[in-house]
Design a protein. Structure first.
Length: 366
């Protein structure tokens, strides 16, 4: 029974697929309805401190594996419905499938599809590529990251972010007072540069040429390019543009998540990563959709733990809102987000930070 709540993200993906099939204004309706429902749900429902120690690993992993085909179906429907040139076979089998969208209606479609890729797809991918190297979920996670044009992310995330979180060496830690859009560009640039260096170092240890089929960086880039190219081949230019825009929107959402998870927090390089170095959220809906990515402090302490073993740490710093509320606020009103977080940061410096972290924060993170 505990697993039933994690069918909810899959139901959202299927609902989005139906809205795309319906065409017209339905994708916009889905996007607005989902956004409002998640934000209100996080606000109204009690905070989630549940644990799932007795959950079935087989059933939980099956839900993770179901994410990729579910999202591929959504993307395929999007490609077919937005195809520049009618596809005769599809038109014959499903005469009402291909729809005409106005530019503004296409924007709603892009926002809806990208929200599901970025909200559910990258959360599941994050869960998958933290498993042991022998797990088939690793490959599943890599392909899910390709849907957000971000297949190099696991390389830097596992070997860079988890090592340097909270320090000035970490591109994925937002500085105190940093604008979210400046952070997004800095984080993406740092991700690609660091992933390149990490992979070069890994290959040099085994004396493997950098230009080789064993290079994970090049494989990742290839996976990321495959989806928009396939969309262009099947549906033409319009489909390719729609899918590419949805992928970019999903990547923006991922970086916005990075932004709110560590905003303004500092750590001394070389010191142990503690629960105080991540912002958490116990909002019920956000926790369900992201498969407990919201329990971020516990994740950074034991990154190999599967999502159902992550626990809400009572003494860890907590955001005053759910993930989607924080993301939208940071993206739509950056100054307001920073001003609302300032009291939380002041409390963090006084309550959580050690003396060295206070000194670093005083000159490098303001």
């Amino acid at each position: 029974m505990m697993l039933l709540r994690f069918f909810f993200p899959h139901a959202l993906i299927l609902s989005c697929s139906l809205s795309v099939l319906a065409g017209g204004w339905y994708p916009w309706f889905f996007f607005l309805a989902l956004s409002i429902a998640v934000i209100l749900g996080d606000y109204i429902l009690p905070e989630d401190y549940s644990t799932f120690s007795n959950i079935s690993p087989l059933g939980a992993n099956a839900l993770l594996f179901a994410t990729l085909p579910n999202l591929i179906l959504l993307i395929l429907i999007t490609v077919v419905t937005t195809a520049s040139i009618p596809i005769p076979e599809i038109k014959e089998m499903f005469p009402h499938l291909q729809s005409e969208f106005s530019p503004f209606q296409l924007a709603g479609l892009i926002l809806s599809v990208g929200l599901l890729i970025g909200g559910v797809g990258t959360s599941v991918a994050h869960e998958c590529f933290h498993r042991s190297s022998s797990s088939p979920l690793i490959g599943h996670g890599n392909w899910l990251m390709a849907l957000s044009m971000d297949s190099v992310f696991p390389i830097e995330h596992n070997h860079g972010h988890h090592k340097h979180v909270g320090t000035l060496q970490d591109a994925a830690t937002a500085r105190r007072g940093e604008n979210v859009y400046k952070f997004i560009f800095r984080s993406i640039y740092g991700e690609y540069v660091n992933a390149w260096q990490i992979e070069r170092k890994r290959l040099s240890k085994t004396k493997t040429p950098f230009i080789s089929h064993k290079n994970r960086y090049f494989k990742a880039i290839s996976r990321s390019l495959l989806l928009p190219l396939s969309a262009f081949y099947v549906g033409g230019m319009l489909s390719a543009i729609v899918i590419l825009c949805a992928m970019i929107w999903a990547k923006v959402l991922l970086e916005a998540v990075n932004y709110i998870e560590h905003y303004g927090l500092v750590r001394i390089s070389g010191q142990r990563i503690e629960p105080r170095h991540s912002w958490n959220s116990n909002a019920w809906v956000s926790s369900t959709i992201t498969f407990f990515l919201t329990r971020h402090s516990h994740h950074h302490q034991k990154s190999s733990l599967p999502f159902w073993k992550l626990e809400p740490l009572p003494d860890a710093p907590t955001l005053p809102w759910g993930y989607l509320s924080g993301i939208y606020l940071a993206l739509l009103a950056p100054p307001i987000y920073r001003s609302l977080m300032e009291p939380k940061l002041q409390n963090w410096f006084q309550t959580y930070a050690n003396s060295e972290e206070r000194n670093v924060a005083s000159f490098s993170n303001l």
